[in-house]
Design a protein around this ligand. Structure first.
Ligand SMILES: [Ca+2]
Ligand SMILES: [Ca+2]
Length: 495
């Protein structure tokens, strides 16, 4: 036990330096805020914070726009520097089984699968990076496309779907297709970085059959068929099934939790609900997460797509260059951790072309502009949301134990995280008020290491600052500038 754990409370002043200060003590009329961290960590460790990373970089349509080896190296440095510990990656069945391999879903014909298609090669380059960088991958089998090139119906899809996506039309064939790609990537190619699998993106509205109906019973049947096939092929223990993946229909998550006990290892939902413009958004975020964590029972809950409500279609976020988007999503992470959420993935890591179209088509001609970083033509410029999200990713690495914080001020919140490597504790703190707040921190879970150093990084209206290294003692205090999200990494002496 650290002596600090037994020292009552800590009062610490982190002089954050000129870059961070915004309010003088003269403006600070009220007494200090107290944030008290729970001695008990959340039940499940952090599953990882990061973002959507669909494998389009190494495709011709991005290649001719500057996505080359030099751009790749720059991007890899960025992603590593951000501290991303998990990504969610799409895979589509037509990338590797464009025609049905044979008429028997029980017997896979290896020669019929197209593992060297452009998209599969692009996916493997991405997985190479994740594998060597310690980033975990939630592979998401997106959907059965209704149609493929030339408008031809896809053999595994429902051509009558009004969306480009549909449900698979055959549970046994779908299970064979899923098992084939997981065998190829995880067993044959050795990508242990893939530790989670999601069947279908947002099935609550994309799981369409020829009548354009969403049939939950069929979804559950296919999930069970996949589970059984992975068991049979000896692959099931190498992955967690992360199911539900709903676009915001709470009922779908509840149905999945109820119907797929023994099949799901974890559950997730998507959130594009919140905005810093909405009064009371912080308690609303907490209630949204709490409701879902409770609905998941014993299983971990995470958010596998996170954005704000300021979106226009799938390709444009209207607030993407603003302070508010970064401030909003970073708070969602902090408040969600305080409610027992295990992780969140921002949509997405960087701009890229998903298809090649007319720039006036309402979707930027296929350039998705909703992301933490801009495109290759801007050398992956970090947007404000990237600066904010990086504090979350670095503060809450995969495997960390989160200790929720209780604040006595409605404008201030905090969570403490003990990373799996030991040796310190990370604090994520936020001040929503337009005046500075002096904060007293109680119950910091320091573990066995005496804390003597604080490395402080912050995100505010003037951008990102830090890290600045400060001495940390029992008598140090913390001042949070107005409208600021802050990461303080507390550590002990070097061994
Ligand atoms: Ca097949
Ligand atoms: Ca077959």
């Amino acid at each position: 036990m650290s002596r600090f754990l037994n020292s009552g409370f800590l009062v610490a002043v982190l002089a954050l330096g000129a870059a961070l200060h915004a309010a003088s003590w003269a403006q600070e009329a009220r007494g200090p805020v107290t944030v008290t961290f729970s001695e008990q960590a959340n039940r499940h460790p952090v599953s990882g914070f990061g973002g959507e990373w669909d494998p389009h970089f190494w495709t011709e349509r991005n290649g001719r726009r500057g996505c080359d080896e030099a751009a790749w190296r720059t991007l890899m440095d960025r992603i590593r520097g951000m501290g991303v510990s998990r990504v969610r990656t799409a895979v589509l069945p037509d990338w590797y089984e464009p025609e049905n391999d044979n008429a028997d879903p029980g017997v896979a014909d290896g020669a019929a699968f197209t593992w060297d298609s452009e998209q599969m090669r692009s996916l493997r380059r991405q997985l190479d990076f994740c594998q060597e960088s310690g980033i975990r991958v939630t592979l998401t089998w997106w959907c059965a496309p209704a149609r493929v090139a030339g408008g031809k119906p896809y053999w595994l899809g429902f051509a009558g779907s009004k969306q480009w996506c549909s449900a698979p039309n055959d549970a046994a064939e779908c299970a064979e297709n899923v098992a084939a790609v997981l065998r190829h990537l995880v067993a044959d190619k050795g990508y242990a970085c893939i530790d989670a699998f999601t069947f279908m993106n947002e099935p609550d509205w994309t799981y369409l059959n020829d009548e354009n109906r969403v049939d939950f019973g069929h979804y559950a049947e296919v999930c069970r068929a996949i589970h059984a096939r992975l068991v049979r092929e000896g692959l099931r223990d190498r992955l967690e099934l992360d199911l539900a993946d709903d676009s915001g229909h709470r009922g779908w998550l509840q149905q999945t939790a109820a119907a797929l006990g023994g099949v799901s290892d974890r559950l997730n939902a998507h959130s594009y609900v919140f905005s810093c413009e909405d009064p009371g958004y912080a308690p609303a975020m907490r209630a949204w997460v709490r409701d879902r964590v409770v609905g998941c029972g014993d299983l971990p809950f995470c958010v596998n797509e996170l954005g704000t409500r300021h979106v226009q279609g799938a390709y444009t976020a209207t607030d993407i260059e603003t302070f508010e988007r970064g401030f909003c999503v970073a708070q969602f992470a902090l408040l969600g951790l305080n409610e027992g959420m295990t992780g969140a993935l921002f949509w997405g890591l960087h701009d890229q072309y998903y298809y090649d179209g007319n720039p006036e088509d309402g979707s930027n001609g296929g350039l998705m502009k909703t992301n933490l970083m801009a495109y290759a033509d801007e050398a992956w410029r970090m947007r404000p949301s990237g600066e904010a999200w990086s504090l979350v990713c670095r503060g809450a690495p995969r495997g960390a134990r989160a200790h929720p914080g209780v604040s006595d001020d409605p404008e201030v919140d905090g969570v403490a995280l003990v990373p799996p490597d030991g040796g310190g504790v990370n604090l994520l703190l936020v001040n929503r008020a337009d005046a500075a707040r002096k904060v007293t921190l109680r119950g910091i879970p320091a573990g066995a290491v005496p804390l003597e150093k604080a490395e402080v990084s912050a995100f505010g209206r003037n951008g990102a600052s830090g890290p600045e290294t400060r001495a940390w003692t029992e008598t140090t205090g913390c001042e949070l500038p107005p409208e600021t999200f802050l990461l303080a990494r507390l550590s002990g002496p070097k061994q």
